[in-house]
Unconditional design. Structure first.
Length: 170
């Protein structure tokens, strides 16, 4: 069983999809945002985009969680926006047992979803900076790419289908 990093811009459905995927796979789940230093959360809550320097301790904590699962022979699903290739290199790098799932959607759809959610620290105003930072995964990263236009259960079913097609799951 693999370790899966579910990535995408804020509002793409990472938490919902990843939690459902972890449930379907009967494995660990980690909400990557819970590993942010408090200073990062406060910056985002104030509408200030994070810098690469802000993100580094966070990415390092997520990578440590992945390595802990690996060292214990556990499978897991973790969320992380992972907007840049350099971020994904920290999270995945040469870890062949870690699979990247990219939740892709239009700015319009994601804006609509973000405007409808409540009590989240990421304001809609930062969506443009998320898309400006986004470097979609390249073919050599071997991502599973899923359109977020469907319902969460449909998205999870598609991820599972692609995992089985890769012979990653029985």
């Amino acid at each position: 069983m693999p370790i899966i990093v579910v990535m995408g811009v804020s509002g793409s459905g990472k938490t919902t999809v990843a939690a459902m995927l972890a449930g379907a796979l009967h494995c660990q789940f980690q909400e990557g945002d819970d590993l942010h230093p408090r200073s990062n959360v406060e910056k985002m809550r104030s509408g200030i985009p994070l810098t690469d320097a802000d993100r580094l301790p966070w990415l390092t904590r997520i990578a440590a969680e992945i390595d802990d699962w690996r060292s214990h022979g556990q499978s897991g699903v973790v969320t992380c926006s992972a907007l840049k290739r350099t971020y994904r290199d920290i999270l995945i790098g040469d870890r062949a047992d870690v699979i990247l799932v990219y939740l892709r959607g239009s700015k319009e759809l994601i804006h609509e979803r973000m405007a409808a959610r409540h009590e989240h620290f990421m304001p809609v105003a930062l969506l443009d900076s998320q898309f400006a930072t986004l470097e979609e995964p390249a073919a050599d990263e071997h991502p599973i790419i899923v359109d977020i236009g469907g319902r969460p259960a449909e998205i999870v079913a598609e991820i599972l289908r692609q995992l089985r097609a890769r012979s990653t799951l029985p």
